[in-house]
Design a protein around this ligand. Structure first.
Ligand SMILES: [Zn+2]
Length: 251
């Protein structure tokens, strides 16, 4: 049986001489595993459409519960990711997170939209890597039901949360005067405002904020720590991305 599906290729693994096994994300049916026979051979017509970090429309053949790719058209190849190592590394981290947090056979339209929007912004240079990364991490957690509890100070109920402290062990916030006996990440008014924007803005607007460098640094730290806390495991693509950034800054 044939059918077409729009997919974001999250991961490709070489198999046999010229085959690829793909892990893809679809909006309607979540995560899927596909076989792409001959995708690595020189004459292959599905080579481009089955490449990692490509958004494609694939014609799939289903037999005995297994899906294989018969034809493919690239809808968006995100070319800007492939010309700069830092962007590509971040793209791979985004893909690893989407794979980790998406489910098989369950619609994931929000994750698909988030992934596509962030990869597009990255590819087109619409926002810098750190901003895309923080917005992706926080919004992904929110979509997965792990939104930080940003409404009020957990102890006194203040909505303003002056001198906010982010407790990464449970995702709650305390204001400065309530936080004395707690260990958490000291944030700023502007980094908290940006975090709130990312969590609550319409999907297409999550990158539409501007904060000074120092506040951005704090926001980035909060977003990464929270995702790692929720993921409960190490992410190789994150380690690689952070190593690249360290090398660029100090190397
Ligand atoms: Zn308080």
């Amino acid at each position: 049986m044939f059918r077409t599906e729009k997919v974001l290729v999250l991961r490709e693994t070489r198999f046999r001489e010229s085959d690829r096994i793909l892990t893809v994300l679809t909006a309607e049916a979540g995560k899927k595993t596909l076989a792409a026979h001959g995708a690595l051979s020189k004459k292959s017509r599905i080579a481009a459409a089955t490449q990692q970090l490509t958004y494609s429309e694939l014609t799939l053949f289903e037999k005995g519960g297994r899906l294989s790719v018969r034809e493919g058209v690239v809808l968006e190849g995100f070319p800007g990711l492939r010309t700069e190592l830092e962007r590509f590394a971040l793209g791979c981290y985004i893909a690893e997170c989407l794979e980790l947090f998406s489910t098989e056979d369950q619609p994931e339209p929000e994750l698909m939209q988030l992934g596509l929007n962030c990869l597009y912004a990255l590819s087109e240079g619409l926002a810098d890597c750190r901003k895309v990364k923080a917005a992706f991490e926080l919004r992904l957690m929110a979509e997965e039901g792990y939104a930080p509890m940003d409404a009020v100070c957990r102890k006194c109920g203040s909505r303003q949360i002056p001198l906010p402290v982010f407790l990464t062990e449970d995702g709650s916030f305390l204001c400065g005067s309530c936080a004395r006996d707690f260990y958490g990440l000291q944030m700023t008014d502007l980094s908290l405002a940006a975090l709130r924007h990312i969590l609550h803005a319409p999907a297409r607007r999550i990158l539409a904020f501007r904060i000074p460098e120092e506040d951005m640094r704090i926001l980035a730290r909060a977003a990464e720590r929270w995702l790692l806390h929720c993921a409960e495991r190490k992410l190789p693509t994150l380690d690689y991305y952070n190593m690249l950034r360290t090398e660029q800054n100090y190397g």
